[in-house]
Design a protein around this ligand. Structure first.
Ligand SMILES: Nc1ncnc2c1ncn2[C@@H]1O[C@H](COP(=O)(O)OP(=O)(O)OP(=O)(O)O)[C@@H](O)[C@H]1O
Length: 200
């Protein structure tokens, strides 16, 4: 469970997040929409601990593991897909079964057979899918996705939503997306506007 208590985030004298109070519960998917620049990425970064709140606090239940798939690609252009998976497996100290898990996720995301391709040779959509695989791969308790289907065509986006519907079960999942999060994920819909988070 994650609780934001009176979280304010100020950039350049402007309150991007204004006293956000919300609890993200285990086993639930939250879909956060809102206009461009509303602060959706900022909210995820504060939850992930990448940014500190200006005021208020974020409480993450102890022992919860978390993965964050950011909107911008955090990938190494001269490393292959498999290099990325291997590095992630090492960083997260995953046990031996990680190879089968990685292959299964690559297949689900239509990246099978591309294991030895360098990131610089991937399209935007392929990079997006690799980033999702890297976030899903360690089976974290909390999953944060920023625009998971940007750069994807409708068919690829549908496959990703199906995968997330399956992978997000029994986890806490927060998805910021301009594209509507489909009902199959049974999301609780929230809207961030004017620095305030509303239930939709
Ligand atoms: N590190 C930063 N320094 C200064 N201002 C920032 C910083 N990060 C974000 N901002 C500002 O905060 C506001 C919210 O940005 P954010 O990226 O969180 O919005 P968003 O809702 O995710 O937008 P989009 O839908 O376009 O991705 C923007 O006006 C942005 O310029």
């Amino acid at each position: 469970m994650i609780t934001m208590q009176g979280v304010v985030k100020r950039y350049g004298g402007r309150d991007i997040l204004k006293e956000i109070h919300v609890t993200f519960e285990r086993g639930k998917v939250y879909a956060i929409s809102g206009p461009s620049g509303a602060g959706k990425t900022t909210l995820l970064q504060v939850v992930a601990g990448y940014e500190q709140p200006t005021a208020g606090m974020v409480h993450v239940a102890s022992g919860l593991s978390m993965e964050y798939a950011p909107q911008d690609f955090l990938l190494f252009s001269n490393l292959t897909l498999w290099d990325h998976l291997r590095l992630k497996a090492m960083a997260r100290r995953l046990e031996e079964g990680w190879v089968a898990r990685a292959e299964q996720l690559l297949q689900c995301c239509g990246l099978e057979g591309m294991e030895q391709v360098q990131v610089q040779a991937l399209s935007g959509g392929e990079r997006r899918r690799l980033q999702l695989v890297l976030a899903l791969f360690p089976r974290a308790d909390v999953l944060l996705f920023d625009e998971p289907t940007s750069n994807l065509d409708d068919v690829s986006a549908h496959r990703i939503w199906e995968l997330l519907a399956c992978e997000c079960a029994n986890k806490t999942c927060i998805i910021c997306s301009h594209a509507p999060v489909p009902d199959m994920l049974h999301p609780e819909r929230l809207r961030l506007q004017g620095g305030v988070l509303y239930a939709e």
